[in-house]
Design a protein around this ligand. Structure first.
Ligand code: SF4
Ligand code: MG
Length: 309
């Protein structure tokens, strides 16, 4: 079990720009790991490509820095191979909602117990600030020759419709709120997404500064409760989904809510369905017999994979 920030801090220095919101996200991930009592050697951080995707290098847990847009299938595969692991995915808006959009939507159909913490700064920052799928129409990031001609996606409304069972938003300079929401996401059994409005002072300073974010975001009202009380009540589930989508569609790029929009812990994860079909995760299969020799018949496995003429 991790007990201190120091224990979770990797020796590698972060090379993010001064003031980058990724620092607050990194600290919050560490806080949430500690608050959840997770063991770093049973925790895996998976990322795609982008500034945010360097995060696994800066935290003392297992990490996999994967391919552009492909972090979700890697994370799902890790969880299926060993359901005992806690799998956190830290990636960017461009990586997840643009390049990886197909995986982002398909993941909702499965409900694998993984946690997506998405660094959402409205730009592809590693490649010098092109508009990402969440940059609103008419906004112009520093390196763009003209204001954005495309409209923005609403990733959290998409997540709810796709089947995600925990859907929340926070912002990168508010470490206390992030820690609280990430801890809730880690506690949730099922597919969770936390969209984190992230400061990028280098390419999207005007709309992502700590000041701008604190003025243009507000907590969901106390009276709002996105948690489904009776997980088996389809009417309640749909009502809560519609409530959440109603709130999300009522927002503007200049006025956004933070907090948990939807929380439906239904106990029906993909890995449980997989195991109920009699399929043992590789982590619980024996790899050696009593004679200490491999139980895997490689010749048979290769024969199964070979292309028959
Ligand atoms: Fe952070 Fe933006 Fe610099 Fe990337 S370019 S490290 S997102 S401030
Ligand atoms: Mg981005």
């Amino acid at each position: 079990m991790a007990t201190s920030i120091k224990e979770l801090t990797s020796n590698e220095d972060s090379d993010w720009c001064p003031g980058c919101g990724d620092f607050g996200i990194l600290l919050s991930v560490k806080n949430a790991i500690i608050a959840s009592g997770l063991d770093p050697h049973k925790t895996v951080i998976v990322s795609g490509i982008g500034c945010s995707s360097k995060l696994p290098h800066f935290i003392n847990a297992n990490g996999v820095h994967t391919l552009h847009g492909r972090a979700i299938p890697f994370a799902e595969g890790i969880k299926l191979a060993n359901p005992e692991l806690t799998v956190i995915l830290d990636s960017g808006d461009g990586d997840t909602y643009g390049i990886g959009a197909g995986h982002f939507v398909s993941a909702g159909r499965r409900n694998v117990d993984i946690k997506l913490f998405i660094h959402d700064n409205g730009v592809y920052s590693l490649t010098k600030g092109q508009a990402s799928p969440t940059l609103p129409e008419g906004r112009r990031a520093k390196s763009m020759p003209a204001p954005n001609i495309n409209g923005a996606l609403n990733p959290l409304a998409i997540a709810i419709m796709a089947g995600y069972t925990f859907v929340a938003r926070t912002e990168s300079y508010n470490v206390k709120e992030q820690t609280d929401i990430m801890t809730k996401a880690l506690k949730h059994k099922g597919l969770a997404i936390v969209d984190i409005l992230q400061g990028c002072p280098t390419y999207n300073a005007e709309y992502t500064s700590a000041n701008w974010l604190s003025q243009h975001t507000h907590k969901l009202p106390e009276s709002y409760d996105g948690r489904v009380k009776n997980a088996k009540d389809a009417n309640e589930v749909n009502r809560k989904r519609m409530d959440a989508i109603g709130v999300l569609l009522g927002e503007t790029p200049d006025s956004m809510n933070t907090g948990v929009f939807f929380d439906w812990e239904n106990g029906d994860t993909f890995e449980d369905r997989f195991i109920s079909r009699g399929i043992k995760p590789p982590s619980s299969q024996s790899i050696a017999g009593k004679d200490n020799l491999s139980t895997i018949d490689l010749a048979k496995a290769l024969d199964e994979l070979s292309v028959k003429g």
